[in-house]
Design a protein around this ligand. Structure first.
Ligand code: G3P
Length: 214
């Protein structure tokens, strides 16, 4: 499974990149707002660090605005993927931009038919939001399983990118369910390597060695 980081923090992106496990980056308007930086400038900075897909979301909610912003974002770097909402206007924009050769990521996906339609419109990635479904007592992982099944049934090439991941078990379940990609916040990436037996085992190895050889 590919691993993307879900952040607009350049520092977090650099740290994750240095771990050697990063395949791409997803950003969104809320993450950029949290950083308080210019979206275009930050995307260019991210693309200097990461060569894999970098998702850049449009702010516009109408077709013309999405196309204008999408074309602008696509000019920033070759690895930019234009992120569009899974709405009627987003679907149409997905088709137009995909036909022009721009890769797209259809976001805010909460049900399998959105995923089926965006695949038909040529989306490169679809982003089902697991955590936000769990938040309202719906099973986010069921959505991942259903999309996987539909994409496999019909051979849709759109990559299933599990988003809105809140903890390491989400990542485990996504990998088991066959998500192509998981986009994960940096604090969860760090937790993915944690195990108390690793820590206590390492402590003992070092202590035993020092005891014997000083
Ligand atoms: O990038 C989209 C998604 O991962 C958002 O996650 O935690 O705001 O639901 P969250």
């Amino acid at each position: 499974m590919e691993l993307y980081i879900d952040t607009a923090s350049l520092d977090e992106i650099k740290q994750a990149h240095d771990l050697g496990v990063l395949d791409g980056v997803t950003t969104n308007p809320s993450l950029i707002a949290k950083e308080g930086v210019d979206y275009t400038k930050r995307l260019a900075e991210i693309c200097e660090v990461v060569s894999g897909p970098v998702s850049a979301e449009v702010i516009a909610v109408d077709y013309d605005g999405m196309i204008r912003e999408g074309r602008d974002r696509a000019k920033i770097a070759e690895n930019i993927v234009v992120k569009l909402p899974s709405t009627l206007a987003g679907l149409r924009a997905c088709k137009t931009l995909s036909d022009e050769g721009t890769r797209t990521n259809l976001t805010l996906c909460f049900q399998p038919l959105q995923a089926m339609l965006v695949a038909k419109a040529g989306a490169f990635l679809v982003s089902p939001f697991i955590g936000r479904l769990d938040d309202i007592a719906q099973d986010g992982m069921t959505l991942i399983q259903e999309i996987r099944q539909i994409y496999d049934n019909f051979g849709y090439p759109t990559k299933l990118l599990a988003a809105s991941i809140r903890h390491p078990m989400h990542v485990v379940q996504c990998a088991l369910a066959g998500a192509d990609v998981a986009t994960v916040p940096f604090d969860v990436i760090k937790k993915m390597l944690n195990h108390p037996l690793t820590d206590s085992g390492l402590e003992k190895f070092v202590a035993d060695y020092k005891k014997a050889f000083g």
